[in-house]
Design a protein around this ligand. Structure first.
Ligand code: DC
Length: 230
């Protein structure tokens, strides 16, 4: 008997977290949002006055003082930074930009990858991120690379922002996504890329329900034959 690990990777705004959240609930898996962990490190840096790009060593030397923890309240994931619930704070624009900047630092990645692996070792999980199939969980039984056109991803991101009560304009959201795509896929250590054995799913022409159904089908096909804990 083994736990099932589902690795769901892809660029910003591809819909990974909404799909993963919905399916985790439906299939009884634990959802792990690894982007939230990078965002929390960015919040630590911002709130400690550390300039991520120019004071990289200061941030690296502070890593032992940073405790990132995930807890579940009423079925939703909350992320804690040194004991404070930062689940909302990490969605702000400075944390979004900063998360991609901290994510290029190998020491940050090593710290968070250790946490991600320990969470995946003890439960059936759907873990979303950029390097889950290629680096964090190379033995995951299910690997999916989810993508969509930049225009579609920007439109979805803007809708999500408006639902949360923040506004923005489509051009700057699109520009931000292009920049993060570039930085996330060009970094040296564990960049964003599709694992050779990951199923590629382009959701540009699918609505949310169709995307969820497509991901679910892949998970059920891949896990159908396995003797796993449910
Ligand atoms: O998925 P997200 O937008 O919350 O991720 C925020 C940033 O964190 C993203 O720009 C790149 C980084 N990230 C990463 O490098 N590796 C992961 N596994 C998850 C996120």
């Amino acid at each position: 008997m083994e736990y099932i690990n589902v690795a769901l990777d892809g660029p910003a705004g591809a819909g990974k977290s909404s799909i993963a959240k919905s399916l985790a609930e439906e299939l009884g898996y634990i959802y792990i949002d690894t982007g939230a962990m990078y965002r929390s490190i960015a919040v630590y840096a911002i709130e400690s006055g550390i300039d991520i790009k120019n004071q990289r060593n200061l941030l690296i030397n502070s890593l032992d003082n940073i405790n990132v923890d995930i807890k579940y309240k009423d079925g939703t994931q909350h992320i804690f930074l040194n004991g404070n619930d930062v689940s909302e704070r990490i969605r702000e624009a400075d944390a979004t930009k900063g998360s991609s900047d901290v994510a290029v630092i190998p020491e940050v990645r090593l710290k968070l990858v250790a946490l991600q692996r320990s969470l995946a070792a003890g439960a059936n999980v759907i873990m979303d991120g950029r390097d889950i199939a290629t680096h964090v969980l190379p033995d995951a039984q299910v690997k999916i690379y989810l993508t969509a056109s930049v225009e579609e991803r920007a439109a979805r991101r803007l809708r999500q922002m408006r639902e949360r009560g923040t506004d923005g304009d489509i051009k700057s959201v699109e520009e931000d996504i292009r920049l993060r795509d570039k930085q996330d896929s060009e970094r040296e250590f564990a960049p964003l890329r599709r694992a050779e054995d990951a199923v590629l799913l382009d959701t540009s022409d699918m609505n949310f329900e169709e995307s969820v159904a497509a991901v679910k089908k892949i998970i059920l096909e891949k896990t159908g034959e396995l003797d796993h804990v449910l």
